[in-house]
Design a protein around this ligand. Structure first.
Ligand SMILES: [Zn+2]
Length: 64
């Protein structure tokens, strides 16, 4: 289980979960910034529909 594919939340591109990628689960810094901007704009706007924000914890396992 060395590699693991993740889907970039912004561009939906499947990319490898590279430990040296500081922008994971995004594929690039650009996608991370885009997602961050959208998230901020959603917060500023009046919420009409409930928005599910994915947890920021990259690890799935919650056990020790
Ligand atoms: Zn991307």
């Amino acid at each position: 289980m060395r590699s693991r594919l993740v889907q970039c939340p912004t561009c939906k591109t499947s990319s490898e979960w590279a430990p040296d990628n500081p922008y994971r689960p995004f594929c690039s810094e650009r996608c991370k910034l885009i997602d961050l901007n959208e998230w901020i704009e959603e917060r500023r706007s009046i919420p009409g529909d409930p928005v599910e924000i994915p947890p920021q914890h990259p690890n799935d396992h919650e056990d020790q």
